[in-house]
Design a protein around this ligand. Structure first.
Ligand SMILES: C[S@@+](CC[C@H](N)C(=O)[O-])C[C@H]1O[C@@H](n2cnc3c(N)ncnc32)[C@H](O)[C@@H]1O
Length: 198
Protein backbone atom coordinates (compact mmCIF):
# COMPACT_ATOMS: atom_id res chain seq x y z
CA UNK A 1 0.00 0.00 0.00
CA UNK A 2 1.05 3.57 -0.65
CA UNK A 3 0.75 6.05 2.22
CA UNK A 4 1.51 9.74 1.79
CA UNK A 5 2.87 11.90 4.60
CA UNK A 6 0.09 13.72 6.41
CA UNK A 7 -0.67 15.90 9.42
CA UNK A 8 0.87 13.26 11.73
CA UNK A 9 4.30 13.65 10.05
CA UNK A 10 6.98 16.14 11.03
CA UNK A 11 7.99 16.83 7.42
CA UNK A 12 7.18 20.07 5.60
CA UNK A 13 4.58 20.63 2.89
CA UNK A 14 7.45 20.28 0.35
CA UNK A 15 8.05 16.63 1.32
CA UNK A 16 8.40 14.39 -1.77
CA UNK A 17 5.95 11.95 -0.22
CA UNK A 18 3.10 14.45 -0.66
CA UNK A 19 1.86 14.14 -4.23
CA UNK A 20 -1.80 13.21 -4.58
CA UNK A 21 -2.78 15.58 -1.75
CA UNK A 22 -1.42 18.53 -3.80
CA UNK A 23 -4.02 17.97 -6.52
CA UNK A 24 -3.87 18.84 -10.21
CA UNK A 25 -0.58 20.05 -11.67
CA UNK A 26 -1.38 19.88 -15.39
CA UNK A 27 -4.00 21.73 -17.44
CA UNK A 28 -6.73 19.30 -18.48
CA UNK A 29 -9.67 19.85 -20.83
CA UNK A 30 -13.05 18.14 -21.18
CA UNK A 31 -13.95 17.58 -24.83
CA UNK A 32 -16.66 15.83 -26.87
CA UNK A 33 -15.52 12.52 -28.38
CA UNK A 34 -17.18 11.01 -31.45
CA UNK A 35 -18.56 7.81 -29.87
CA UNK A 36 -17.80 7.84 -26.13
CA UNK A 37 -19.61 10.96 -24.89
CA UNK A 38 -17.32 13.39 -23.07
CA UNK A 39 -13.62 12.68 -22.66
CA UNK A 40 -10.62 14.29 -20.96
CA UNK A 41 -7.39 15.41 -22.63
CA UNK A 42 -4.26 17.18 -21.47
CA UNK A 43 -3.19 20.63 -22.68
CA UNK A 44 0.29 20.15 -21.17
CA UNK A 45 3.05 17.62 -21.78
CA UNK A 46 2.85 15.03 -18.95
CA UNK A 47 6.06 13.07 -18.27
CA UNK A 48 5.81 9.35 -17.49
CA UNK A 49 5.17 8.60 -13.81
CA UNK A 50 3.61 11.96 -12.88
CA UNK A 51 0.35 12.17 -10.93
CA UNK A 52 -2.47 13.40 -13.19
CA UNK A 53 -5.75 13.37 -11.24
CA UNK A 54 -7.97 11.36 -8.94
CA UNK A 55 -11.03 9.29 -9.84
CA UNK A 56 -13.13 10.82 -7.06
CA UNK A 57 -16.71 10.17 -6.13
CA UNK A 58 -18.96 8.84 -3.41
CA UNK A 59 -17.34 5.96 -1.54
CA UNK A 60 -20.08 3.36 -1.12
CA UNK A 61 -20.40 -0.16 0.28
CA UNK A 62 -20.75 -3.40 -1.66
CA UNK A 63 -24.56 -3.71 -1.31
CA UNK A 64 -25.14 -0.13 -2.45
CA UNK A 65 -22.67 -0.60 -5.32
CA UNK A 66 -24.68 -3.67 -6.47
CA UNK A 67 -27.96 -1.77 -6.19
CA UNK A 68 -26.68 1.22 -8.16
CA UNK A 69 -24.97 -0.96 -10.74
CA UNK A 70 -28.15 -2.95 -11.38
CA UNK A 71 -30.33 0.16 -11.63
CA UNK A 72 -27.99 1.80 -14.18
CA UNK A 73 -29.12 1.78 -17.81
CA UNK A 74 -26.59 0.91 -20.51
CA UNK A 75 -27.09 4.45 -21.88
CA UNK A 76 -25.98 5.98 -18.53
CA UNK A 77 -22.52 7.51 -18.89
CA UNK A 78 -21.24 6.47 -15.50
CA UNK A 79 -18.80 3.89 -14.15
CA UNK A 80 -18.62 2.59 -10.57
CA UNK A 81 -15.01 1.57 -9.96
CA UNK A 82 -14.34 -1.40 -7.67
CA UNK A 83 -10.82 -1.66 -6.26
CA UNK A 84 -9.80 -4.79 -4.37
CA UNK A 85 -6.60 -4.87 -2.35
CA UNK A 86 -5.38 -8.32 -1.27
CA UNK A 87 -3.81 -8.19 2.19
CA UNK A 88 -1.12 -10.64 3.31
CA UNK A 89 -3.49 -12.11 5.95
CA UNK A 90 -5.82 -13.26 3.17
CA UNK A 91 -8.35 -10.46 3.63
CA UNK A 92 -9.52 -8.37 0.70
CA UNK A 93 -10.22 -4.65 1.18
CA UNK A 94 -12.84 -3.39 -1.24
CA UNK A 95 -13.39 0.24 -2.21
CA UNK A 96 -16.27 1.25 -4.50
CA UNK A 97 -16.25 4.76 -5.96
CA UNK A 98 -19.28 6.17 -7.78
CA UNK A 99 -18.81 9.58 -9.45
CA UNK A 100 -22.46 9.86 -10.63
CA UNK A 101 -23.66 12.43 -8.06
CA UNK A 102 -20.39 13.78 -6.62
CA UNK A 103 -17.09 13.61 -8.40
CA UNK A 104 -14.23 15.50 -9.98
CA UNK A 105 -12.67 15.87 -13.42
CA UNK A 106 -11.75 12.16 -13.28
CA UNK A 107 -15.38 11.33 -14.08
CA UNK A 108 -14.67 12.32 -17.71
CA UNK A 109 -11.90 9.73 -18.11
CA UNK A 110 -12.85 7.05 -20.61
CA UNK A 111 -11.72 3.43 -20.61
CA UNK A 112 -9.07 2.19 -23.01
CA UNK A 113 -7.75 -1.34 -23.54
CA UNK A 114 -4.38 0.36 -24.24
CA UNK A 115 -4.44 3.30 -21.79
CA UNK A 116 -1.93 6.02 -21.00
CA UNK A 117 -2.79 6.21 -17.25
CA UNK A 118 -2.76 3.62 -14.48
CA UNK A 119 -4.59 3.67 -11.17
CA UNK A 120 -3.02 3.28 -7.72
CA UNK A 121 -4.95 3.40 -4.42
CA UNK A 122 -3.13 6.02 -2.30
CA UNK A 123 -3.86 6.75 1.36
CA UNK A 124 -3.40 10.29 2.65
CA UNK A 125 -5.34 11.18 5.81
CA UNK A 126 -7.57 8.14 5.93
CA UNK A 127 -7.67 4.37 5.55
CA UNK A 128 -10.04 4.92 2.62
CA UNK A 129 -7.74 5.20 -0.39
CA UNK A 130 -7.87 7.90 -3.04
CA UNK A 131 -7.93 6.35 -6.52
CA UNK A 132 -4.96 8.16 -8.03
CA UNK A 133 -4.10 8.12 -11.74
CA UNK A 134 -0.50 8.37 -12.95
CA UNK A 135 0.99 8.68 -16.45
CA UNK A 136 2.01 5.24 -17.77
CA UNK A 137 4.17 6.93 -20.44
CA UNK A 138 4.96 10.43 -21.71
CA UNK A 139 1.69 12.05 -22.84
CA UNK A 140 1.66 14.90 -25.37
CA UNK A 141 -0.73 17.91 -25.44
CA UNK A 142 -4.21 17.21 -26.89
CA UNK A 143 -3.91 13.43 -26.28
CA UNK A 144 -6.99 11.86 -24.72
CA UNK A 145 -6.36 10.54 -21.20
CA UNK A 146 -7.66 7.06 -20.39
CA UNK A 147 -7.20 4.16 -18.03
CA UNK A 148 -8.17 0.50 -18.05
CA UNK A 149 -11.37 0.14 -16.02
CA UNK A 150 -10.86 -3.62 -15.74
CA UNK A 151 -8.47 -4.07 -12.81
CA UNK A 152 -7.93 -7.78 -12.39
CA UNK A 153 -11.17 -8.81 -14.09
CA UNK A 154 -11.23 -10.81 -17.29
CA UNK A 155 -12.72 -8.55 -19.93
CA UNK A 156 -13.94 -11.23 -22.36
CA UNK A 157 -17.59 -11.62 -23.30
CA UNK A 158 -19.02 -14.96 -22.08
CA UNK A 159 -20.15 -16.90 -25.14
CA UNK A 160 -22.35 -19.49 -23.43
CA UNK A 161 -25.37 -17.77 -21.95
CA UNK A 162 -26.95 -20.90 -20.48
CA UNK A 163 -28.06 -19.15 -17.28
CA UNK A 164 -30.16 -16.03 -16.73
CA UNK A 165 -27.28 -14.53 -14.82
CA UNK A 166 -24.98 -14.65 -17.83
CA UNK A 167 -27.72 -13.18 -20.04
CA UNK A 168 -28.09 -10.31 -17.57
CA UNK A 169 -24.30 -9.79 -17.42
CA UNK A 170 -23.95 -9.68 -21.18
CA UNK A 171 -26.95 -7.34 -21.41
CA UNK A 172 -25.15 -4.94 -19.04
CA UNK A 173 -21.97 -4.90 -21.12
CA UNK A 174 -21.24 -1.82 -23.20
CA UNK A 175 -19.39 -1.79 -26.51
CA UNK A 176 -15.88 -0.35 -26.23
CA UNK A 177 -14.86 2.32 -28.73
CA UNK A 178 -11.31 2.86 -27.44
CA UNK A 179 -9.90 2.07 -30.89
CA UNK A 180 -6.86 0.17 -29.53
CA UNK A 181 -5.40 -2.54 -31.77
CA UNK A 182 -5.96 -5.12 -29.01
CA UNK A 183 -9.41 -3.83 -27.96
CA UNK A 184 -11.49 -6.56 -26.28
CA UNK A 185 -14.69 -5.07 -27.76
CA UNK A 186 -16.52 -4.41 -24.48
CA UNK A 187 -16.12 -2.25 -21.41
CA UNK A 188 -15.03 -4.24 -18.34
CA UNK A 189 -17.85 -5.50 -16.15
CA UNK A 190 -17.34 -6.42 -12.49
CA UNK A 191 -19.44 -9.57 -12.34
CA UNK A 192 -19.64 -9.56 -8.56
CA UNK A 193 -21.77 -6.38 -8.82
CA UNK A 194 -24.32 -7.74 -11.28
CA UNK A 195 -25.50 -10.90 -9.54
CA UNK A 196 -29.28 -10.66 -9.94
CA UNK A 197 -29.83 -12.79 -6.81
CA UNK A 198 -28.29 -10.05 -4.59
C1 LIG B 1 -16.55 7.66 -16.14
S1 LIG B 1 -17.63 7.92 -17.53
C2 LIG B 1 -16.54 8.67 -18.68
C3 LIG B 1 -17.11 9.96 -19.26
C4 LIG B 1 -18.27 9.75 -20.18
N1 LIG B 1 -17.80 9.47 -21.52
C5 LIG B 1 -19.24 10.94 -20.19
O1 LIG B 1 -19.64 11.41 -21.26
O2 LIG B 1 -19.61 11.42 -19.12
C6 LIG B 1 -17.79 6.24 -18.08
C7 LIG B 1 -18.77 6.04 -19.21
O3 LIG B 1 -18.25 6.58 -20.44
C8 LIG B 1 -18.50 5.68 -21.52
N2 LIG B 1 -17.21 5.12 -21.99
C9 LIG B 1 -16.04 5.16 -21.33
N3 LIG B 1 -15.07 4.56 -22.04
C10 LIG B 1 -15.65 4.11 -23.17
C11 LIG B 1 -15.17 3.37 -24.28
N4 LIG B 1 -13.91 3.00 -24.38
N5 LIG B 1 -16.07 3.05 -25.25
C12 LIG B 1 -17.36 3.42 -25.15
N6 LIG B 1 -17.89 4.13 -24.13
C13 LIG B 1 -17.02 4.47 -23.14
C14 LIG B 1 -19.39 4.57 -20.96
O4 LIG B 1 -20.75 4.95 -21.10
C15 LIG B 1 -18.99 4.57 -19.49
O5 LIG B 1 -19.99 3.99 -18.69
Amino acid sequence: PVFECNIMCKCSEDCKNRVVQRGLEFKLQVFKTTKKGWGLCTLDFIPKGRFVCEYAGEVIGFTEACRRMQSQQSSDMNYIIAVREHLNNGHVMETFVDPAHRGNIGRFLNHSCQPNLFMVPVRVHSLVPKLALFAARDIVPKEELSFDYSGRFNNLLEEKTHEGRLDRENEMRKACYCGAALCTGFLPLDKSLCDITK
